[in-house]
Design a protein around this ligand. Structure first.
Ligand code: AHG
Ligand code: MN
Ligand code: MN
Length: 334
């Protein structure tokens, strides 16, 4: 590609402008090395024996796939001894991960969902990696769970990598959301979607309709109105998509608009929702807001919530701004 800007060049430019520091450049580049490894492993599939179950459960009682564990190990190894982080937290780790005692400590903390959408691995549908970067509290040698419990508004950077037909990174450093496509020939991410803007209006929604009987009234109302199409109160026909990989869902919304809902439902009330705030909802919220969209539980902006646990769950409604605001207003009405 003529005049192509690589992720390396993009980060060097942000460094020159004083928007980020060299440690963050190093951390992002190590994290992308991990994602390139995960992308390669996924592309080999059965050839490398990475499909199927690991035969174990994570702390959240979910069955782990082999790739959940491999991706988690790859992310940890890529960042373990870099000197850019003081600790890490992962969907697949019960508590905050402590670096080896002889490893240098850095000024950031890295949180991640190493493999998002893992029910899709074995069926060759897009999956992804989501990450969030926070400042490490001063003077803390080995951050514990409580050190990670910062609201999403304090995120320094967030990214989501989609392993699909191409491998794509969407990154925000707090000045817009930008898309990079992995050029496998040279092993570099290339800036292909600068300054993504989510259309404010949409006629496409994403929700797992098998949970319908458990939804709350405002979500019932919203979906019902969409389904009534041109004959209903919206006066327009709506389209529906559900990939069951949040990364793919969010990337679609970043590209052509739409709204994604994993709302509160009766069977999940005790656990607070389905998606985890620290390494799913907050980084996605940061990316979506930086692209002009909105991200809410229906009752509050997700990034302003004070997290109470590393694996805390929240209802998630995100995407095209006007549509998310409409759903919020239905919550107020109810
Ligand atoms: P993970 O694979 O990291 O556990 O996350 C899966 C999440 C999310 O990506 C997706 O939107 C949702 O779970 C799918 O849930 P259902 O299987 O209930 O549709
Ligand atoms: Mn996930
Ligand atoms: Mn996961």
């Amino acid at each position: 590609m003529a005049n192509a800007i690589s992720l390396k060049q993009y980060l060097a430019d942000e460094l020159r402008k004083g928007n980020i520091d060299a440690d963050l450049v190093g951390l992002l580049s190590d994290t992308m090395t991990a994602c390139k490894q995960i992308s390669y492993d996924l592309s080999q599939g059965a050839l490398m024996g990475i499909l199927g179950m690991a035969g174990s459960e994570n702390v959240q009682g979910e069955d782990q796939k082999k790739m959940d564990i491999i991706s988690n190990d790859v992310m940890i190894e890529a960042n373990n001894r870099s000197g850019y982080v003081s600790g890490m937290a992962s969907e697949e780790e019960e508590t905050a991960y402590t670096l080896p005692s002889d490893a240098p400590r850095g000024k950031y903390m890295l949180l991640f969902d190493p493999l998002d959408g893992s029910s899709n691995i074995d069926v060759n549908i897009s999956v992804g990696t989501i990450f969030s970067i926070l400042n490490s509290p001063e003077g803390v040698e080995n951050p514990t769970d409580k050190d990670f419990l910062q609201p999403g508004t304090t995120q320094v950077a967030a990214g989501a990598v989609v392993y699909g037909q191409s491998t794509l990174l969407v990154l925000t450093l707090g000045n817009g959301s930008h898309g990079f496509t992995l050029d496998r020939n040279i092993g570099e991410f290339i800036l292909t979607q600068p300054d993504i803007q989510i259309p404010a209006d949409t006629r496409e929604f994403a929700i797992n309709a098998s949970n319908q009987r458990f939804w709350e009234a405002p979500v019932q109302r919203y979906v019902d109105e969409c389904l009534q199409g041109a004959e209903g109160p919206r006066g327009e026909n709506f389209n529906m998509r559900w990939v069951a990989s949040m990364v793919a869902e969010v990337y679609r919304i970043l590209t052509r608009g739409g709204v994604f809902l994993y709302p509160m439902d009766e069977k999940m009330r005790a656990q607070g929702g389905k998606l985890r705030i620290m390494y799913e909802a907050n980084p996605m919220g940061f990316i979506v807001e930086q692209a002009g969209g909105a991200c809410s539980t229906g009752r509050e902006r997700i990034m302003e919530i004070q997290p109470t646990g590393l694996h805390m769950r929240v209802p998630v409604i995100l995407g095209s701004k006007n549509e998310v605001e409409r759903i919020i207003s239905y919550h107020k009405d109810a």
